[in-house]
Design a protein around this ligand. Sequence first.
Ligand code: COA
Ligand code: ZN
Length: 316
Amino acid sequence: MPTQRPRIYMHEVATRDGFQNESQFIETEDKIRVINALSDCGFAKIEVTSFTSPKAIPALRDAEMVMHQITRHPDVEYTVLVPNVRGAERALSCGIDEANLVMSMSETHNRANLRMTREQSFAQLEQVVAAIAGSRVATNISLSTAFGCPMEGDVSQDGVMRWLERFAALGVMRATLCDTTGMAYPSQVRAMATRARELFPEITLTMHFHNTRAMAQANTLAAISAGIDRFDASLGGIGGCPYAPGASGNACTEDVVHMLELEGFDTHVDLNKLLAVSCQLPGLIGHDVPSQLLKAGARNRLHPAPDYVKEIGKPV
Ligand code: COA
Ligand code: ZN
């Protein structure tokens, strides 16, 4: 009997983490077209957009229209980023499956990104959790800069655990540890994931890596070795936080999926369909994307050998 391959759940974040960072506005109908195509690729979750202030993130000012007009796939959870109660009310009116709350582990980055202290953020998010409680909508907390802050440097693992504990006490049982600016490295990831799983076995954990320093793939394998089975990744490797100096692309979905499938994991993601969407991105956003796979193709893509190869070794 064939052995079952271990399942890895992939969450696609390009239309939120990626598009939020684009200076050129991507038309609403194009966003919808991309999301609909992604819905057909096999993702467990898609982060569609964010219900933030349109002044802070003008690129996603069409969140309601996008959320209302996409075609939902029954096997996909549709999540959106929510920074405050106003955002939660807007998101709930669009029938989301999950609200992805966000605050930073670094005080400085929280102030830069959300214009609040961490305590003010927590107080706001407490209200958001209360506003969502009782609905069928799930709540996830994304803890940004969990592996380091570009303005403060190292972030304490104990601190991250304390925030996880505070959110768990509110009943938030889904959490994402975000490496917002690509400062995480494999041994750190393994230690953080192991500790979080030991302390909070009831919390469903996701990892969110950026490839700023080319460590996202290594960090993904390190997280899996510590028992993590859910990952955010971004089509084409686009993405980044507009409020984090030096931030750059997320872990690239096609690169991650390609590696994980070769390593014997079952991501459920159809790589060919994914590449068909990814190759449209440069045209849509007006610039090249970091995806390696888009340049090189999958490792089983064969190229014709040059003619002289056949002549070698023949008697002259
Ligand atoms: N949706 C729509 N509008 C919102 C809003 C929301 N969720 N939250 C605030 N606003 C509006 C207010 O109505 C106000 O509008 P006005 O100037 O026309 O009166 C304006 O935004 C400022 O509101 P205020 O409460 O003072 O918020 P702020 O300026 O301190 O911004 C955040 C706080 C968190 C809402 C804002 O910084 C934000 O949305 N940041 C996004 C962060 C982000 O997504 N980063 C990248 C991902 S990690
Ligand atoms: Zn991110």
